[in-house]
Design a protein around this ligand. Structure first.
Ligand SMILES: *Cc1c(COP(=O)(O)O)cnc(C)c1O
Length: 429
């Protein structure tokens, strides 16, 4: 034991991490133990939930094999959708490699359940950047706006509280669907708890019982012991290259929800008349199953990394959302640098501590779907997967790095320490 305690700092020194940074790390780590114990318990409860869903739906070896062509009678695909429905406690689910990413899953859920003349309402302020073009907040070819779907949003009140009065006033005879984003995305608001989302869903359904609610669950899955789908959301939507893919899913998105909403989404995804009966799963099923199985522990690793990062960067004097002691409802850690140089150095150091493309230097670029330059660091096995150690940030005030992921906790820790070292080397801290 004694010798191990000497080997670890020595291994860090060889990696290029200075002794004072290791000391800081040890100090923060000892303050993390209570938080980490809670994260481990949540992960264990979710592991039970996921395993139970595999057993209940009789996941068999045959389910891991894929199909090609039309994909009629794809037992692995159909069973995976049942497993997701069980995990999310919904009537049904659509989980497919043909859903290319989170934005696509959200766009699919919206466009299939909104018709010309309907109105979409966001009661939680501006949605995620890429949704702006889906909705038509920024004019875009193929947006909901082009199809005659209008949009309204109600801003959050101070302290990120819901403006219940404003929401009530915004609901009208055209309001068909309400979209609630769980995670903060590229904003410095807090992320909402499942409990807060449950209260909001209850409220909007009281105001207008026929309204449907969609929750953008990206980055939120398995950070709590329950999901928004258990509290009246008609559709809960996310990306498989984030939490529920467990780092193994190479592509995909999911929508878990009511039979009616899922059916509409399936006809929109493929074709009226065909719906969910087509869509070959090719060779991805084993990774989608195994990824979901690993997702509770992978999410826990990412959460630990986020807590640790907040501890370190608060100690260094930077504003962190959530704070070290703050409630966590997703895996994202925002650190505001108020300085482009620091943001860039942070992202470069995450890239340099990645298992793939560690020698690549990330540069700010005009990413499709985003309205300012974005720098992204992701030296990942699955290209761009943000459940793996990654960081990104738009080049605009407050020059915040949005840091997330890490499929193993030691890797996140190493990544964070590498960012501190890089800032120190450049004289930025
Ligand atoms: C990542 C994310 C999306 C979009 O997912 P992509 O897979 O990047 O298209 C949407 N909403 C939120 C809150 C997200 O975090």
């Amino acid at each position: 034991m004694d010798s191990i305690n000497k080997v670890l700092p020595e291994a860090y020194r060889q990696f290029g991490i200075d002794e004072d940074i290791i000391k800081l790390s040890d100090e923060i780590l000892s303050a993390c133990s209570e938080r980490f114990a809670l994260i481990d318990k949540i992960s264990e409860i979710n592991q039970l939930k996921v395993l139970d869903a595999f057993r209940k739906n009789n996941v068999s070896e045959a389910c891991l094999l894929g199909t090609s062509g039309y994909g009629y009678g794809d037992i692995g695909r159909d069973t995976l959708e049942k497993v997701y429905a069980t995990v999310f406690k919904t009537e049904d689910a659509l989980v497919r490699p043909q859903i290319t990413c989170g934005t696509h899953a959200l766009s699919l859920a919206l466009s299939s359940n909104l018709l010309p003349g309907d109105e979409l309402l966001s009661p939680v302020g501006k949605p995620y950047d890429t949704l702006e073009e889906v909705i038509g907040i920024r004019d875009s070819v193929g947006s909901l706006k082009e199809y005659g779907v209008t949009y309204r949003q109600v801003e959050l009140l101070e302290g990120d509280r819901f403006d219940y009065e404003g929401i009530k006033n915004a609901v009208n005879e055209k309001t068909k669907l309400v979209t609630i984003q769980r995670s903060k995305g590229y904003q410095t608001r807090k992320s909402f708890s499942v409990k807060e989302i449950a209260d909001l869903i209850k409220f909007v359904k009281e105001v207008k019982p026929s309204v449907k609610v969609m929750v953008d669950n990206c980055y939120g899955e398995f950070t709590d012991v329950c999901e928004p789908s258990e509290f009246g959301a008609d559709m809960t939507v996310g990306s498989l290259i984030k939490n529920p893919g467990g780092g193994l899913a190479p592509i995909g998105g999911y929508i878990a929800g009511s039979k009616e909403c899922i059916e509409r989404a399936s006809y929109r995804l493929t074709s009226p008349g065909l719906g969910r009966e087509v869509g070959a799963s090719l060779d991805v099923l084993k990774n989608l199953y195994q990824g979901l199985f690993l997702a509770p522990t992978v999410t826990a690793s990412a959460l630990k990394g986020a807590v640790f990062a907040a501890g370190i960067y608060e100690k260094l004097g930077f504003d962190c959302v959530p704070s070290f002691n703050g409630e966590r409802n997703d895996i994202i850690q925002a650190v505001s640098f108020h300085d482009p140089q620091k943001l860039i150095a942070f992202c470069e150091a995450i890239q340099a501590a990645s298992p793939v493309d560690s020698n690549v230097r990330p540069e700010p670029w005009d990413m499709p779907g985003y309205d300012s330059k974005v720098i992204m660091a992701a030296g990942t096995f699955v290209s761009g997967a943000s459940i793996e150690l990654s960081a990104d940030g738009p080049l605009r005030e407050p020059y915040a790095a949005y840091f997330q992921g890490g499929i193993t906790w030691p890797h996140v820790k190493i990544g964070i320490l590498n960012t501190v070292q890089a800032l120190k080397n450049k004289g930025l801290i």
